[in-house]
Design a binder for this molecule. Sequence first.
Ligand code: MRU
Length: 348
Amino acid sequence: MEAFEALSLGADHRSITILDQSQLPNRMVYHTATTLEEMTEAIRSLRVRGAPAIGIYAGYCVYVLAQQLSQTCQDIMSIQKQLIHMGEVLIAARPTAVNLPWAVKRMLQKASVCTSVPQLLSCLGEECVTIHQEDMEMCLKISEYGLSLLKEGDGVLTHCNAGPLATSRYGTGQGPFHLAAERGFPLHVYADETRPLLQGARLTAWELKRAGVDVTLICDNMASMVMREGRIQACFVGCDRVAANGDVANKIGTSGVAILAKHYGIPFYVLGPTSTIDLSCPDGEHIPIELRDPEEIRSLWYQEPMAPQDVPCLNPAFDVTDHSLITAIITEKGICRPPFTQSLASLF
Ligand code: MRU
């Protein structure tokens, strides 16, 4: 099986290379970005995607951009100012996952206290690696907590991709499945294909099969049936932004899974790092939802369009799952249960 490296820097630290997720599972190709434009394009077109992975990528991008600026400028204040502008451009690439602004602001905060260019490069170089390492540790802790909620032989339904590709190691929403595979803990995972961009079919099924997890791919509209048949004992999903009251934005279709789980009396768990919790956002109404190109619905995956060319399409990339549908939110710091306003606040 071909191994892959999800992210690496060029030898001179003036470029960043990622495994291009938009090409999976058919092609393992790498994408190198050197300009701000190429970096934002990589985020927008989902070459790199998944809330924690976007944050990690953006952190490295700020460092790479600082390296480039230092080639032509030794004025620390000028570089700091340019980095603030570049950070805003990176943040604007995708609006929903809060990990993106979280990581960029963390890098800019480091940059703001530096007094020389060599110090700035050294601080930023360390900080992006720290963000990456923290993510690896976070994934393991979340996976441990998540697995503690399952029994051997359980069937688990998941939506979108919240595995290693979307993070740095095991993943969040799907981290427990990877940890279970390592430990020989039997589970049966049902992966929603996740229309319209098929992260479940293209990425989750690919990752879980490679990891040796017993996985069955279903169309999104089959979730109700597999739940009714008693095949599902828990639902595990990732998250892009958690509001202070426990409302959760995640891939479009997640809230439908949660509603079905409630109907069938199945626990619905959201797994994500504390960097995905946005206490400044009171509830789901305040989470910005990304609207994407209607062509992703009409024609993207087909040899010929599957809808009339001029039919209006609504293509929100995320939806909000109401906190009342969520059994628990699992973070690297522990398992939060309702009332989420208190349990989430106590993490900080
Ligand atoms: O549009 P995407 O593919 O970036 O959406 C990703 C998701 O919705 C994931 O579930 C979420 O980011 C959590 S990833 C650990």
